[in-house]
Write a protein of this length. Structure first.
Lengths: 374, 101
C-alpha cells in the first residue's frame, strides 16, 4: 500500500538507528513518551526498541481512547443498552471493556442488542432502518474521532432521524498531556506527538509544552520509520538545546489542522467542566458533551442514566500504565489474571492499549531477560 | 480504532456531494469527504481515512520530502550499514518470543 510500505523499509530503519545512536550523549538516559496508543502498537508490533540504544526508554502515554473510559461510563452505556427499545452500537474495541457489571459482550449474552459498527454512519443507517427502535451510538475517541461523530449528528439532524442519539464520551488530548506534565512521578525528555489527533487540532496547541515546560514534541506518523525519524528529531533538538514543536508527519498533518473538522465538533459539542478518566481521575475541561441544541440526539438527556462512579478494581494498575509510570508487565496481574480474553483493566482490551501490545507481541519476555541479567 | 488508513480517490460521487469512492488496498468503499470540502478533491488524490471519514488529504510534496530525507540518511550511513551487516549481532541472548518473531 502506498504511504505505508515505503515507511517500513528495514535498511532505512537501520540507517536511522545508527543516526539515533550517534546523537545520544554517552551516559545520559533519555525518556520519551509516545502519547498515542497507535504509536505504542507500532512500537511493539515492529519491535522498534531493538533499533534503539539502551539509554533510550519509550514510555506509553494516555492516548488510547478505549483505555481511558472509566468503569462507571461503561455501566451507564450498559444501562441504556438493556432497554428493550434500544439498539446500542459501538466500535468493536469497546465490546470487551469491563465495567463494574461486566462488558458489552456480557450484556449481549443476557439479551441486550448491541451491534459493532465501523463508523458512526453505520449506526445512523441502523437508525434509518429501524424507525421503531432507539439507536444509540457509544461515541469514544479523541479529537481524531469527534468530528466523525459530529458530522453524523449533523446528518441525522438534516435527515430528521430522531431515533438516533449519541452517548458522548469524546475526550481531548491536551488536558491529559498537561496532567502528565504536572504529575511529579515522571521525568520526560520529550514527546512523540499524536499524529491523527493533530490532523484535526493541528500543531499549534502543543506550543505550551515546548514553551512552558521546555520539552520538545514531534508530531509523528504511525509507520516504523515515522517513529524512528521522530525520535531522531527529538534527539537533535535536545543536542542543539532546543525545545520546539516539530511535524514529522507533514504528509498527513497540516500545521493548522483541519478547521472544517473543528467547526463541526464545535457546532455539535462543547467542553464539559470535568470528566473522569480511568486511572487518571477527574480532569477539568478534558471531554466533550453534546450541546443543548442537539438534545434530541443526546443519549444523556434522553435516557435516565445512573451516572454512578465505580472505583477501578484493586488489582488494576492501569492508571500507572496510562501515566507511563509503570511498564505493563510490572502490573501484578499482567498476563495472569489479566489477559486480552479476560481483561481486568482497559489497557489489555484495545490493540492500542499498552498491556495488550506487550502481551500480543510477547515483548515482556525481553524485559524480563533484561531485568534478570541486570 | 484510532488508526487511519490511506486510500486513493477513484471517483467523486456527483449525486452525493460529500461522498467519494475510494480504493483502499484493493477494496472500494464510499467514504464521506465532508470534512475536506475546501480541498477540491479529485480522482488520484490520496486521503487519510478514519471511521468512514476522510480526515486529511495526503500531501504528495511533503511525502516526497520525507522520503528524500530517509534516502539521504541511507546514503550517509551506507558505511555504518555495511559494518552492521558484517557484524555478528543476532538473536541469541534475547527472549524466546523475540527469537521467533
Ligand atoms: S495488566 Fe491489566 S490490570 Fe494491569 S495495568 Fe494492564 S490492563 Fe490494567
Amino acid at each position: 500500500m502506498r504511504f505505508v510500505d515505503e515507511y517500513r523499509d528495514a535498511e532505512k530503519a537501520r540507517a536511522l538507528s545508527a543516526k539515533i545512536a550517534s546523537l545520544c550523549e554517552p551516559g545520559r538516559q533519555y525518556k520519551f513518551m509516545e502519547v498515542c496508543g497507535g504509536h505504542t502498537h507500532t512500537i511493539y508490533k515492529h519491535g522498534l526498541e531493538d533499533y534503539l540504544p539502551e539509554n533510550i526508554t519509550l514510555v506509553h502515554g494516555p492516548g488510547c481512547p478505549v483505555c481511558v473510559i472509566p468503569m462507571g461510563r461503561v455501566d451507564d452505556a450498559i444501562h441504556i443498552a438493556e432497554r428493550p427499545d434500544v439498539i446500542m452500537t459501538s466500535f468493536g474495541d469497546m465490546m470487551r471493556v469491563p465495567g463494574g457489571r461486566g462488558s458489552f459482550f456480557d450484556s449481549m449474552a443476557q439479551g441486550a442488542e448491541i451491534r459493532m459498527v465501523y463508523s458512526p454512519l453505520d449506526a445512523l443507517k441502523i437508525a434509518r432502518q429501524n424507525p421503531d427502535r432507539r439507536v444509540v451510538f457509544m461515541a469514544i475517541g479523541f479529537e481524531t474521532t469527534a468530528p466523525s461523530t459530529a458530522m453524523t449528528v449533523l446528518r441525522a439532524e438534516a435527515e430528521k432521524i430522531t431515533n438516533f442519539s449519541v452517548f458522548c464520551n469524546h475526550v481531548t488530548i491536551i488536558p491529559a498531556i498537561k496532567a502528565i506534565l504536572d504529575s511529579p512521578d515522571l521525568r520526560l525528555d520529550g514527546f512523540i506527538g499524536p499524529g491523527h489527533v493533530s490532523t484535526v487540532i493541528g500543531c499549534g496547541p502543543y506550543a505550551f509544552i515546548a514553551r512552558d515546560y521546555r520539552k520538545p514534541l514531534v508530531v509523528a506518523g504511525f509507520e516504523p520509520l515515522d517513529i524512528l525519524q521522530s525520535i531522531y528529531m527529538l534527539l537533535r533538538q535536545l543536542a542543539e538545546g532546543r525545545s520546539e514543536v516539530e511535524n514529522q508527519y507533514a504528509r498527513v498533518v497540516p500545521w493548522e489542522g483541519n478547521p472544517r473538522a473543528l467547526t463541526a465538533v464545535n457546532q455539535v459539542m462543547k467542553l464539559r467542566p470535568y470528566f473522569e478518566w480511568r486511572g487518571l481521575g477527574f480532569i477539568s475541561h478534558s471531554a466533550l458533551g453534546m450541546r443543548e441544541r442537539y438534545a434530541v440526539h443526546d443519549a444523556e438527556r434522553i435516557f435516565d442514566i445512573p451516572g454512578v462512579r465505580v472505583a477501578d478494581p484493586k488489582a488494576c494498575q492501569c492508571g500507572e500504565v496510562l501515566k507511563g509510570v509503570l511498564k505493563p508487565w510490572e502490573c501484578k496481574v499482567f498476563g495472569t489474571a489479566c489477559t486480552p480474553e479476560t481483561p481486568i483493566g482497559t489497557c489489555m482490551v484495545s490493540s492500542e492499549g499498552a498491556c495488550a501490545a506487550y502481551y500480543n507481541f510477547g515483548r515482556f519476555s525481553r524485559e524480563r531477560v533484561r531485568e534478570a541479567t541486570r | 480504532m484510532c488508526l487511519g488508513i490511506p486510500g486513493e480517490i477513484v471517483e467523486i460521487l456527483t449525486d452525493h456531494a460529500d461522498l467519494a469512492r475510494v480504493d483502499v488496498s484493493g477494496v472500494r468503499r464510499a467514504i464521506n469527504v465532508g470534512l475536506l470540502e475546501n480541498e477540491d478533491l479529485k480522482p488520484g488524490d490520496w486521503i487519510l481515512i478514519h471511521v468512514g471519514f476522510a480526515l486529511s488529504k495526503i500531501d504528495e510534496e511533503e511525502a516526497k520530502a520525507a522520503m528524500e530525507f530517509l534516502e539521504g540518511i541511507g546514503q550517509a550511513y551506507d558505511d555504518e550499514i555495511a559494518a552492521l551487516k558484517e557484524s555478528s549481532l543476532d538473536a541469541s541472548g534475547w527472549g524466546e518470543a523475540d527469537a521467533v518473531r
